[in-house]
Design a protein around this ligand. Structure first.
Ligand code: HEC
Length: 126
């Protein structure tokens, strides 16, 4: 059976657009939900001992965000220190697969779909 073309079913199309980029393309570990990619086992071995992996997979952010989070857990929650190489692996993985949600913001509406601007502007005199 041929897959439905998204455009032929607008509702389905919208649903697909709302999914995170690449959803479905990545294989995930059934136990933790972690994306199975380079470094995932290191993350599993170090990041699900104290809390559910959901806490990891539902979070997202830049490498800096993840690093701060790790420091916070090390400073206050008893997370152990990592060897530099291990930490690199973890941060690379998290920043790559649980990075900032760029797709979460829709693009700006085209001008034609916007109401008329009631205020005079330099770019649009009149
Ligand atoms: C030694 C225990 C421990 C380990 C190991 C651990 N964490 Fe945590 N983590 C915690 C605790 C405690 C919290 C706070 C849980 C809560 O708020 O219920 C937390 C919270 C979090 C949160 C949620 C932060 C927020 O803003 O709510 C994320 C994301 C997270 N951890 C990711 C990780 C990652 C990634 C790793 C592996 C590098 C990891 N954790 C390993 C103890 C740990």
């Amino acid at each position: 059976m041929k897959p439905l073309h998204a455009l032929t079913v607008p509702a389905l199309g919208m649903t697909l657009l709302c999914l995170p980029l690449g959803a479905g393309a990545q294989e995930t570990d059934p136990d933790t939900g972690l994306v199975k990619a380079e470094g995932w086992e290191t993350v599993r071995d170090n990041c699900v001992a104290c809390h559910s992996a959901n806490l990891v997979t539902q979070n997202s952010g830049s490498r800096n965000h993840w690093e701060k989070l790790i420091r916070w857990m090390q400073d206050t929650q008893g997370l152990w220190e990592f060897q530099a190489e291990t930490e690199e692996t973890i941060l690379d993985y998290l920043a790559e697969y649980y990075g900032p949600k760029e797709g979460a913001r829709r693009p700006a509406l085209p001008r034609t779909l916007m109401p008329d601007n009631p205020y005079p502007t330099v770019a649009d005199p009149g």
